[in-house]
Design a protein around this ligand. Sequence first.
Ligand SMILES: *[C@@H]1O[C@H](CO)[C@@H](O)[C@H](O)[C@H]1NC(C)=O
Ligand SMILES: *[C@@H]1O[C@H](CO)[C@@H](O)[C@H](O)[C@H]1NC(C)=O
Ligand SMILES: *[C@@H]1O[C@H](CO)[C@@H](O)[C@H](O)[C@H]1NC(C)=O
Length: 287
Amino acid sequence: MHSYSLAIVLLAGTALALPPRFHAAVKPSCPIVFDGRIPVGTAPTSFDTYATATYFNPDYVKNLTTKWSEILKFPTVDPSRFDGTDYIPLEVTVNDKSIFQTQNGFRRAGLQFLKDTSDGPGTVGVKTLHWSVRQDAARPLNLTHEYLNAWHEAADYSSNQIQFQAGQIIGGSAADKNNFKILNRSGKSLYSVAIDKTNWQNFAIKLDYNQNQVQIYYSVGAAALKSVAGPVAADISGGGQFQLGILKKPTGTSDVVNGGYQEKNLNEGQIYGGLFLEDSADGCVTL
Ligand SMILES: *[C@@H]1O[C@H](CO)[C@@H](O)[C@H](O)[C@H]1NC(C)=O
Ligand SMILES: *[C@@H]1O[C@H](CO)[C@@H](O)[C@H](O)[C@H]1NC(C)=O
Ligand SMILES: *[C@@H]1O[C@H](CO)[C@@H](O)[C@H](O)[C@H]1NC(C)=O
């Protein structure tokens, strides 16, 4: 009866107003390297300073005078597969002021794991990054633009070794703009799947720094992850850091960092859950 009425309300498009459906979190079965799962009861202001930040870098990568407690929302939605009732989703939002330093072309706010460094444990061995995403009907992305949502940027900032993207890739076709795409360092698509407007979508990517190979896992809702691509050769050398959030590129320019067009009164968000990096040295991947 409960799930029946839930289905009706979901159809009415008010998913964000619903009380969460309760299920226990699927616990990571491999050692956690960086944990970005946010326990129930975490104070939003704890994201703002090094004294209180436990999960993410309080300073970067965002408008440096805006606080994470202003950028992040904690929407009441069904929990994601790896959050369950122990952890809460968080939503990264962008608006007209989401400008990092002088990068006036971008609107961006990206979380970095607190302990992630450009030559640290996230850049060696075999590691698997997990992230789940869900769309906020009240803060939709404009898929005419290119978005970077989760990526690993090389230590010299010259490229991203792996990039989880949405929208129309600049210089690419509009045909897959409604898809999430995982691109390799040279922009070739390794996996692509339609953006789901109502369900959690769970992704994981195994990064084998020893063999320069990646493998991609995916599932919808509470379903277990399945391998959907790879292992495939990919140049993931060069260290660097993970970033999770929104980097919205402008349209109509070849200078995306500084120029181009961004509409005014922007109010966009991407909901994340189940963020963590695990050690897959012995082949372990939490599904
Ligand atoms: C950064 O945020 C502050 C505080 O909201 C705002 O005053 C400033 O204009 C923003 N910077 C840019 C470049 O928009
Ligand atoms: C989406 O982006 C395009 C290109 O910048 C713009 O023309 C359009 O107005 C935007 N749509 C909305 C709903 O903001
Ligand atoms: C990206 O994938 C393409 C096609 O599979 C491959 O030729 C290219 O070498 C890959 N790029 C990197 C940097 O791994």
